[in-house]
Design a protein around this ligand. Structure first.
Ligand SMILES: Cc1ncc(C[n+]2csc(CCOP(=O)(O)OP(=O)(O)O)c2C)c(N)n1
Ligand code: SF4
Ligand SMILES: [Mg+2]
Length: 243
């Protein structure tokens, strides 16, 4: 029998703690594959978020540090500046990066820090129970917007990638999605490109936003969650390379 697919070595062989249909696990695999394909496992250091992916270091077999909610770009800055030969990436949710950590990501990008950021946008605060995030779309029901988000009361969804793309220090910004196999392949390509830029010494920050399902707090089946990303989320967060 011919093996056509196997676990990439940097992805640890362990049971998942994620809910069925969650996008975090897929993204972990894409990052692990990238690290193996670029042969950078021994010099990559990751930064884990506070959020459902707080345990990302249980899955990706490289050195990782855990930092306070939202502070990853600031910590990554210090790590990269003191260890320029290392490949530094942060892994951050939308609560982490687009709420409490908005200042950190904007200034890290503005300073042109030579780091790679993987930004998981699932339109909610997953870990804490599905509250509204800055990325929650208009009309979306969450634990804190039981009538659906209303612009009059809760403001508009924050398109953080568009904000970052105008900064000269952000050299690569792309928004991808995990809602079908073709999109997952595009996400892999984008993640690999973002890491490659850093490996090649490119002068600036690279960020890949990933539209990712949270069936648990969207209160949908996994299949419906994929459809919801495609039909609703991509209207607010259009896919493609912003820079
Ligand atoms: C300084 C601080 N403020 C608030 C919290 C509570 N908290 C933990 S996870 C989280 C939000 C997680 O949402 P997100 O970053 O979108 O990750 P997800 O779970 O959706 O992947 C919050 C507010 C915290 N741990 N630390
Ligand atoms: S709550 Fe949402 S983001 Fe968290 S593990 Fe479950 S599906 Fe994933
Ligand atoms: Mg989230």
């Amino acid at each position: 029998m011919k093996t056509v697919f196997k676990r990439t070595p940097t992805l640890k062989n362990c049971p998942t703690h994620y809910c069925p249909g969650c996008g975090h696990g897929i993204t972990h695999r894409l990052i692990a594959e990238t690290i193996d394909e670029l042969d950078i496992r021994d010099r990559t250091i990751g930064i884990a978020p506070v959020g459902c992916a707080v345990l990302v270091y249980n899955y990706i077999d490289v050195d990782m540090v855990e930092v306070a909610h939202g502070r990853a770009p600031a910590v990554a800055t210090g790590m990269k500046r003191t260890n320029p030969d290392k490949i530094i990436f942060s892994y951050q949710g939308d609560g982490d990066l687009a709420a409490i950590g908005t200042g950190e990501i904007i200034h890290a990008a503005h300073r042109g820090e030579r780091i790679t950021v993987i930004f998981i946008n699932n339109a909610v605060f997953g870990m804490t129970g599905g509250q509204m995030a800055p990325t929650t779309i208009i009309g979306q029901v969450t634990a804190t917007t039981p009538q659906g988000r209303q612009a009059d009361d809760q403001g508009y969804p924050l398109q953080i990638s568009e904000l970052l793309a105008v900064l000269p220090g952000a050299i690569y910004v792309e928004r991808c999605s995990l809602h079908n196999p073709a999109q997952i392949r595009k996400t892999k390509k984008a993640i690999k490109h973002a890491f490659e830029l850093q490996v090649n010494g490119a002068k600036g920050l690279s960020l890949v936003e990933v539209l990712s399902s949270c069936p648990t707090y969207w209160r949908m089946t996994s299949v419906k969650a994929m459809e919801w990303i495609e039909k609703e989320m991509t209207k607010v967060f259009p896919l493609g390379r912003l820079k």
